[in-house]
Design a binder for this molecule. Structure first.
Ligand code: GLA
Length: 393
């Protein structure tokens, strides 16, 4: 039954039916993500350990003859028709993610077929859960399904990153797009951001991942993000390596003296975070949730003190989470400066944990947070019309 699909999937199906009087040819989904550990390491050729979450962008689409995509964005209450083939910048908001994805596909030599569709999602915007990567991957998945070219998930993640970097103009690393493309149900994925090697690691069955949205949105994040990148590059140049990935903790300890103190702290975060991330993946493999939690705690401290990308709201949320029932570790997640934290919590205590953190945060911050237990899901996927009909039967 399509009734078993999540709410945004139902909404795009209903909208598509209302507009076209029939089922779409394809229903595509691309998830948001939460990063368990490995922050600000992706653009240093390092390691990240994110999971694709149960919140996603959905597109119901069918091919059309015209060389364009005609899209109804339900969450924005807007429609746009984007011509394919000659792309011009200067569009606005959500349309730029679609246009940029189409442009990146064309640049890479993929044939672009036109489609019409409806799009909606439940990844909160600007919260640091990668709603834009989800929209990019959903767009690419729709083009692949409608145009009939094979889906190469890591390759598509690279094109989505290109769309974000070169079209939208955000200088992000590969993490968000890669996990939205290659997520695995029940697993976090250790991504080596240099080789793009992927290793799925099982999440502990007796613990849950909880997303803690501070209900604050990051200001000035782009300029601060670019500044951090520049500082990391300066540190790599000091060590005469391609990226901070190549600096060992021992080398950092011996040779960081000559670095200017701020750059030294930035480098210390990246070098230690890479170690923590690899150690966390190993701890997950042996089912040691407590060790993962301790590494998450250390990651937060490093992001707060050395990398300076936390915020008062994130520090408060993390502090309250650590004192709540069943918490084994908590940290800010994503770029920082606002948005979400993530906690690893004993499954049996999940409800008490959420109640307690929601109450304590609202009381201390005077703001209502959004807290949810999430589960790890597969990366971008597609249901064909035949599969939808079978669900409906
Ligand atoms: C944002 C970027 C990612 C990554 C994180 C920080 O989410 O899009 O590429 O750099 O920040 O870890």
């Amino acid at each position: 039954m399509t009734a078993a699909l999540p709410a945004p999937a139902q909404r795009v199906l209903a909208d598509f039916r209302a507009r076209h009087g029939t089922l779409p040819e394809v229903l595509v989904r691309a998830p948001g993500r939460v990063n368990l550990i490995g922050e600000h390491t992706d653009y240093n050729d390092g390691f990240v350990l994110p999971l694709a979450i149960d919140r996603a962008v959905w597109i119901a689409a069918a091919p059309i003859l015209a060389p364009e995509i005609a899209v109804h964005a339900l969450d924005q209450g807007e429609e746009a028709t984007l011509p394919l083939g000659h792309f011009a910048k200067g569009g606005h908001g959500w349309t730029e993610y679609l246009r940029g994805s189409a442009w990146a596909l064309q640049e890479a030599g993929y044939p672009l077929a036109g489609w019409t569709g409806s799009v909606a999602g439940d990844v909160p915007l600007g919260a640091g859960l990668s709603s834009s990567a989800a929209l990019e991957l959903a767009t690419l998945r729709a083009f692949a399904a409608v145009g009939g070219f094979p889906w190469d998930a890591p390759r598509m993640a690279g094109l989505a990153q290109r769309a974000e970097n070169a079209w939208v103009g955000v200088n992000c690393g590969i993490m968000d797009q890669m996990i939205s493309a290659t997520g695995q149900a029940g697993h976090a994925v250790l991504i080596d951001c240099r080789t793009l090697a992927l290793a799925a690691v099982p999440l502990p069955a007796d613990h849950v991942v909880v997303v803690l949205d501070t209900a604050t949105r990051r200001g000035l994040v782009d300029s601060a993000y670019n500044e951090r990148r520049a500082q990391c590059e300066a540190a790599a140049a000091h060590f005469k390596v391609d990226a901070l990935r190549d600096v060992s903790p021992a080398r950092l300890a011996h040779e960081a003296e000559a670095l200017e103190p701020v750059t030294r702290r930035r480098a210390r975060h990246v070098v230690s975070e890479n170690q923590r991330t690899v150690a966390a993946a190993e701890a997950l493999r042996r089912g040691d949730a407590r060790a993962v939690g301790r590494l998450m705690d250390l990651s937060h401290e490093s992001l707060r003190d050395d990398f300076a990308v936390s915020s008062e709201a994130l520090d408060l949320m993390v502090r309250l989470a650590r004192h709540a029932p069943g918490c084994v570790g908590a940290r800010m997640t994503g770029a920082g400066f606002g948005g979400c934290a993530v906690a690893l919590v004993e499954a049996a205590q999940a409800e008490a944990f959420v109640d307690e953190v929601a109450r304590a945060y609202a009381a201390a911050a005077g703001r209502t947070p959004a807290l949810y237990v999430t589960t790890a899901r597969a990366g971008a996927s597609v249901l064909t019309r035949t599969e939808l009909e079978a669900l409906d039967a």
